[in-house]
Design a protein. Structure first.
Length: 274
């Protein structure tokens, strides 16, 4: 049990110290692997079944560690049992019950639809190898969604890939751009889950970013690299704009060198560079 708590304490503490989780901003969910799942066998549930907004059979019977609604990520290190909880999904994927946490009383994050619908997708696309999903508010990523005109998935991805040479290695499938949708809504949950079926990062316009990974370190790392690239991009813009940048050919060479499976639909190689 301590190992599980230590894993989320490390990530939530890092997010708070990065300035990504002001007040109750940001939320984390971790689908429990076999080892973590067993910790909660035979435990007396702390709530009745709570209906989910739609059935999610792909995650039936799964257990998740989820941050609490209204709780501060920066307090998880101090009082984990108050700020995080473990929920179990029923056999149909249509409801959850609380097994542990949210002391003395509480509920999972209001972004639960985005988390659980995304877990359905990332579990499937990874052959049951991805367990972590993070939503957070990094300054530079959010600022980019104000500063750059006519953003879409293709030009946001290219901008980040060109701003930091590591990016195409860390997220070769790019970053999905989602135009503003109300936070906590099913529409946002469905759009985010669709994005996660194709990529490991999705930016929410004017709001933040979501990332997935095999574990919390990997999901955090992807967001960290994207945020660093966004920060560099903004500094370049503030310094008068790029005088030169990574070319398509150089990006392609990096991708080949590190054997990355780039989403080629995002990548318009110029004819003379192929
Ligand atoms: Zn948020």
């Amino acid at each position: 049990m301590q190992k599980l708590i230590d894993e989320i304490k490390k990530t939530s503490g890092d997010m708070a110290r990065r300035g990504w989780a002001e007040s109750n901003g940001g939320n984390i969910s971790l689908r429990l692997n076999e080892e973590y799942h067993r910790y909660f066998d035979g435990i007396e549930p702390k709530s009745g079944w709570v209906n989910l907004p739609m059935e999610m059979p792909k995650i039936s019977g799964e257990r998740f560690l989820v941050t609490g609604t209204g709780r501060f990520l920066r307090n998880i290190e101090l009082f984990p049992e108050k700020n995080i909880g473990v929920i179990e999904i029923d056999g149909k994927g249509g409801a959850y019950q609380l097994l542990w946490g949210y002391e003395p009383k509480g509920a999972p994050t209001s972004e639960l639809p985005s988390h659980l619908l995304s877990h359905c997708q990332i579990k499937e696309k990874s052959g049951n190898g991805m367990f972590a999903f993070i939503h957070t508010h990094p300054n530079s990523i959010i600022a980019l969604t104000y500063a750059v005109a006519a953003l879409d998935t293709k030009n946001l991805t290219k901008l980040l890939w060109q701003s930091h040479a590591e990016c195409i290695v860390v997220f070769p499938q790019g970053v999905e751009f989602l135009p503003w949708v109300m936070a906590g809504s099913m529409d946002l949950g469905i759009a985010t889950a669709e994005a996660m079926s194709r990529r490991n990062l999705a930016v929410w316009q004017y709001h933040g970013i979501c990332g997935c990974g095999r574990n919390l370190d990997e999901a955090f790392g992807r967001i960290d690299v994207a945020e660093k690239a966004a920060d560099i991009c903004l500094r370049v813009m503030a310094a008068g704009g790029a005088k030169q940048t990574l070319t398509d050919q150089q990006l392609r060479e990096i991708a080949i060198n590190f054997n990355c499976h780039v989403d080629l639909r995002l990548f318009d190689f110029k004819q003379n560079e192929t």
